[in-house]
Design a binder for this molecule. Structure first.
Ligand code: AMP
Ligand code: MG
Length: 422
């Protein structure tokens, strides 16, 4: 437990910048996979399985017929042909969903429906079109089926004890179907993190309120809501909190029981009203960094009552980028996922991107796949901090530290945050 009254750690000695990699490492060190719980299949969809799941039964569970027809003993009709049909005595009917009424003895046959269990004694199915019933008592068989013909064997798909879903695998449509089929209704999974989202700022109003002069619609809560949903977490919208230390602390702590993590935006920069800093050095273990990145430089990371806390800057573009760079990988880790990064491509720039030499710049770009590979076009003017530049983009081009400009025609690494069709 953090000590009460523990001071804010300010990691900004000297130059004062922490590299993106270091900052991400610190964030990830605080994020641990959530304790696994057994969830119903529909709730477990998209979650990562926490332990190998083995099949409690054979699949299929019983041998069944693949055709409508007659269950026979193959040896009884080994010489049957259209010119010399085999004749068998009908001894009943095998219905789907029921135990067969009888067994098939030598010289006997039983009517059977597709999916019905194979009666004892029978080992092959003669389809209805290769047979003829006489007086409801005898059946003439015009073919000689091999043993096992049109029989779906027990355990053909999965044998009891086989591995159904390995630990670490995410439950998608095929896994849900397989587990349901095998009668595993509550797999043990890492649950979806419940993440409290709150926006700080005296100037903020919800998008449903028309702003008076100087007021700003809260954009960040909605960016974060969607980003959390997209990654598979469950957002808890805590609303707008004034730039008031007590109100912020009370609001965050009031959500503590239901939350697995917290994200605030705003109030972490070096200003008079840096409420996040002021609120959390007492109850949590939150450190404030200046990260060598643009946008998104000031960040507060840590834990509150042991749960990850992300204090993002207020600028809406910074919020989006910070989520991608820090929060998303941490949430994925909490969900038990092993691949924490977005897919990346190398793309050719159609225009120069200029940036600060000492920082890793995340430039919003639209990436398309051309005939000669990926091509990236910046969606905003130089150094743009405008939210519309994000909305027009599908990738973040990473202009490394030490580079002042990436020239037109040069290659850049781009992380893709949505497919170009979206
Ligand atoms: P701050 O980090 O609190 O100093 O905020 C930086 C800038 O982002 C200011 O111009 C704020 O008005 C703006 N801002 C902060 N929070 C939000 C928000 N939730 N939605 C839109 N803009 C915001
Ligand atoms: Mg603010």
């Amino acid at each position: 437990m953090p000590e009460a009254g523990r001071p804010v750690h300010d990691h900004d000695a000297g130059e004062g910048l922490v590299s993106v990699e270091d900052a991400r490492e610190r964030v990830l060190a605080q994020a641990r996979p959530l304790t696994p719980i057994e969830l119903p299949l529909t709730d477990g969809f998209g979650c990562v399985v926490a332990a190998d799941v083995h099949s409690p039964i054979d699949l299929p569970r019983f041998a069944s017929s693949a055709m409508d027809g007659f269950a026979v003993r193959a040896a009884d009709v080994a010489d049957a042909a259209p010119s010399r049909p085999g004749e068998l005595k009908l001894v009943g009917r095998a219905l789907i969903g029921q135990r067969p009424q009888a067994t098939v003895g030598s010289g006997e046959a039983m009517r059977i429906a597709t999916g019905a269990p194979i009666p004892g004694g029978a080992d092959a199915i003669v389809p209805i079109e290769n047979a003829e019933v006489l007086d409801d008592e005898l059946v003439r068989v015009f073919e000689a089926p091999s043993a096992g013909r049109h029989v779906r064997p027990q355990g053909e798909d999965v044998a009891e004890g086989d591995l159904l879903v390995p630990a670490g695998k995410r439950l998608g449509a095929p896994e849900l179907g397989l587990l349901a089929n095998a009668g595993v209704p509550h797999p043990l999974v890492h649950p979806r993190p419940r993440v409290v989202v709150l926006s700080t700022g005296d100037e903020l109003v919800p998008p449903t309120t028309s702003p008076s002069f100087g007021q700003v619609h809260d954009a960040n809560a909605f960016t974060l809501f969607a980003a959390l949903r997209e990654v598979g977490a469950t957002p808890i919208m805590a609303g707008i909190v004034r730039d008031d230390v007590d109100q912020l602390r009370d609001t965050v702590l009031s959500y503590e029981i239901q939350a697995d993590a917290f994200i605030s935006s705003g109030g972490v920069s070096v200003g008079e009203r840096d409420v996040v800093k002021a609120a959390f050095f007492q109850r949590g273990d939150v450190s404030f960094y200046k990260v060598a990145m643009q946008p998104g430089m000031p960040q507060g990371f840590g834990t509150i009552e042991g749960k990850p806390f992300f204090g993002l800057p207020g600028n809406p573009v910074s919020v989006f980028v910070s989520f991608e760079v820090f929060v998303r990988p941490a949430i994925l880790k909490m969900m038990g996922r092993s691949r924490l990064g977005r897919p990346e491509v190398t793309a050719t720039l159609t225009e120069e991107i200029r940036g600060p030499r000492g920082k890793l710049q995340y430039a919003r770009v639209e990436v398309v796949r051309g005939a000669d590979g990926w091509v990236a076009t910046p969606t905003g003017g130089r150094g743009s901090n405008l939210i519309s530049t994000v909305a027009r983009a599908n990738g973040l081009a990473m202009i490394p530290v030490g580079t002042e400009a990436a020239d037109e025609g040069s290659s850049v690494r781009v992380m893709l945050f949505r497919s170009s069709e979206d």
